[in-house]
Design a protein around this ligand. Structure first.
Ligand code: NOJ
Length: 735
């Protein structure tokens, strides 16, 4: 027996070559790294008891839970047969010791898969996803996700619960920070980029990890922006709005998905057979697995579907949900359900197969342990910091720049005011992994580094992010009076967005608005720098600000890029991936709405019906002039190739990056369509005075076609429009 354990241990250390051929023969097929994965799985499943199978379908936590919203039963003694654990440690030792138990104390030695929420970085925290989307640079987002994967995997995490690709049109919902905005295609492109970044070509590599598309599906439609609540989603909207990013993420190879908390028009996401089995497994042929969201199986009771936890397990499992995250519904009831014939053994085997497949693909059977390395070799590598800084720079959106107050040149006295100026924590944003406030370069420090040589900077906080204490106003006004320009750093605290962080208004607290009005009394130009996790209501701040720079929650090193934009060292290139409403009362407001029967009427009587800053808005320090959009043909037949090109000239005197958004509109269709739909985007650096060409290769089926309420794509003959920057090109599709 001891010999066997020793041989197993040696195998796991990758020293099988030193074993004699007799020893090799005794190694079961599932441990043979050279055998095909499906054969290894067959062999392993054939050896497993029902109890062992059931445990593979459960996820518990290991160590101190660092997520305040995940409140659950603490598992005192984790069984060595457990399928998965959420891993909260920053170093791999605890993982390795638990993994050792799984490998050596369980009968079959099946490795555990360790998951964690590395959402916008593990330790090197880069901007929140909503900010990332505003970069329109999927290549850069892919690199950032690769950094996250390297840090996480080397720290003992095999699997991240990311990306979140919930199309979201209600900024009261705190989780808009976690996704890529209001557009389905944009979410899909960034889903694919993140999957590539996390998983690479081979997720068994020591610097890659498995991705998880979440929350499948429709969570972004949460009623009135309240978290966890009901979502009313028609079958049509499900397909034309919410599913597309998932389809794109699955195509990119995402290993796993997480089921959503929300009730989707009467069938909760975590017990929805149409979504999990019919669409994902049957139509899209996904061969990985779905993990529930935290406690979501048990919550089927609260949602009014299941009367008991056992029923909840039955509903969820039979709908196609493989892994139960912290409900203790599968571990307690699945065996019984099989014995009662309410769940079949074939279903259990299929679910276990899916979980094992991901473990095999991650290489966990060959390398179950994470090598122990120094934190300094894992985190904040110079190249990782460079990626984070570049992404921060490209995510920032210049919303307003009256009289070209920016860039700030020849300013000798700079006032820096506001609750975000000397604040590390709130710049990290929600889901900041193992980020610490002490890792963060504060905005004030970035400004000092940027301007310090030539200008004097003076700071006053003015007020806290919320509350009624105005005692700092007078000091702030003094600093403003002294200055040539006032940089006011306002925004949201970290806890105001993310999970369980809905807000009834998207305006900043009154005290912050009042601070700016107070500073305005100094008569100096006011530059607003905004740190936040959602679009904000800025209609009272906008008139009192000369310039507004949206920097989101930029992560550990967004301060210098922010200062670089203010100084002009960096030319801003971000554009909004989510509409900034004029006021909270306009919500939901998004660019790709459907048309009204009375386009000339139906507006608000008290305020404008237009957003303050629409989707795609973002200013630059240079000017771009678009040429005429030229299609390769104006009449096409099904199956034809079509493309369109447009030249963009940088007519200004500085280099700048421009993103061209290509929209399609189908003016008449048997299923009404949005006023316009983004189908392609591309960002290019255009040197001053130079002209670049942008091209859109159109796939008629994909880009002109539409999807019906059961997901069937169709393409109707008739007129289509290609829309680019105010230009409309008509294309006729003839039968
Ligand atoms: C709940 C959140 O909804 C989900 O996004 C997260 O991945 C899990 N908890 C695990 O922390």
């Amino acid at each position: 027996m001891r010999k066997k354990v020793l041989i197993l241990g040696l195998c796991l250390l990758g020293v099988t070559h030193s074993l004699s051929s007799k020893d090799k023969k005794s190694i079961p097929l599932y441990k043979d790294a050279k055998a095909p994965i499906e054969k290894r799985i067959d062999d392993l499943i054939s050896r497993m008891t029902l109890e062992e199978k059931v445990l593979q379908l459960n996820q518990y936590t290991l160590g101190r839970n660092n997520n305040v919203n995940n409140v659950g039963e603490e598992v005192k003694k984790v069984p060595s047969e457990i399928g998965s654990l959420i891993y909260f440690d920053i170093n791999p030792e605890l993982r390795n010791s638990m993994q050792k138990k799984a490998m050596e104390e369980s009968r079959l030695g099946i490795p555990i898969i360790f998951g964690y929420d590395a959402i916008h970085g593990f330790r090197t925290i880069y901007p929140i996803s909503l900010g990332q989307a505003c970069s329109w640079n999927p290549g850069l987002v892919e690199q950032a996700c690769a950094v996250s994967a390297q840090e996480a995997r080397m720290s003992g995490v095999d699997w991240t619960f990311s990306p979140m690709i919930d199309v979201a049109r209600d900024p009261r919902w705190g989780r808009v920070a976690e996704g890529y905005g209001e557009d389905p295609y944009t979410n899909g492109v960034f889903a694919a980029a993140s999957v590539r970044g996390y998983q690479g070509d081979d997720m068994s590599a020591e610097n890659r990890m498995a991705a998880c598309l979440k929350h499948y599906v429709g969570y972004g439609a949460s009623e009135a922006g309240r978290d966890y609540v009901y979502t009313e989603i028609s079958a049509q909207t499900l397909w034309d709005t919410y599913l597309l990013p998932y389809e794109m993420g699955v195509k990119a190879g995402a290993a796993t998905l997480m089921s959503s908390f929300n009730d989707i028009s009467g069938v909760p996401g975590s017990a929805n057979p149409y979504i999990m089995t019919e669409i994902l497994k049957k139509r899209w042929k996904h061969d990985g697995f779905i993990v529930s969201d935290w406690g979501a199986v048990e919550q089927l009771k609260n949602q009014g579907l299941a009367a008991t936890k056992k029923d909840a397990a039955r509903y969820a499992f039979n709908a196609g949900l493989e892994m139960d995250m912290m409900s203790h519904a599968y571990d307690r009831h699945l065996k019984e359900l099989v014995e009662e014939g309410k769940v079949t053994m074939a279903q259990v085997d299929e679910s276990v197969r899916r979980v094992l497949r991901v473990k095999f693909r991650l290489g966990l059977f060959e390398r179950p342990y994470t090598p122990v390395t120094n934190e300094k070799d894992r985190f904040f590598r110079p190249q990782s910091m460079a990626v984070a800084a570049q992404l921060a720079a490209e995510s920032m959106v210049l919303l307003k720049n009256d009289n070209q107050i920016l860039p700030l040149t020849n300013k000798k006295k700079i006032a820096v005011v506001g609750p975000m100026a000397k604040n590390g924590w709130d710049l990290l944003g929600s889901w900041c992994g193992h980020g610490k406030d002490t890792d963060v370069e504060m905005l004030y420090d970035g400004l000092t580094a940027e301007f310090g040589g030539d200008a004097e900077l003076r700071y006053a906080m003015g007020c806290k992010p919320q509350g009624n204490d105005r005692s700092g106003f007078a000091g702030a006004l003094d600093v403003a009076r002294w200055s040539d320009v006032v940089i006011v750093c306002l925004g949201e605290m970290l806890t105001w967005s993310g999970e369980n962080a809905s807000r009834s208004t998207i305006a900043l607290p009154q005290i912050q608005e009042e601070l700016v009005k107070e500073l305005k009394k100094a008569g100096k130009p006011v530059v607003l720098v905004l740190v936040n996790g959602r679009p904000l209501e800025l209609n009272r701040l906008e008139p009192v600000s000369d310039a507004i720079l949206e920097i989101w929650q930029p992560g550990v090193n967004g301060a210098l890029p922010m200062a670089g934009i203010l100084s002009g060292r960096i030319n801003p290139s971000g554009k909004l991936a989510m509409t900034f409403p004029y006021s909270t009362g306009q919500i939901p407001i998004y660019y790709n709405r459907r048309k009204s029967g009375r386009g000339h009427q139906g507006f608000y009587k008290d305020i404008t019906s237009d957003p303050l800053y629409p989707f795609g808005h973002g200013l630059s320090y240079t000017e771009f002039k678009y040429g005429t959009v030229t299609p390769s043909a104006t009449k096409v037949k099904r199956g034809d190739k079509l493309s369109a090109e447009v030249t963009v000239t940088n007519t200004g005197s500085r280099d700048g990056a421009e993103t061209v958004h290509w929209f399609i509109s189908d003016p008449y269709c048997s299923i009404t369509r949005p006023v316009k739909e983004l189908k392609h985007f591309e960002k290019q650096l255009i040197k001053a005075g130079e002209t670049n060409t942008f091209r859109f290769d159109i796939d008629l089926e994909r880009d002109f076609g539409f999807v019906n309420e059961d997901g069937k794509r169709f393409l109707e003959a008739g007129e289509y429009h290609i829309l680019v920057q105010g230009q409309t090109v008509k294309i006729e599709l003839i039968d």
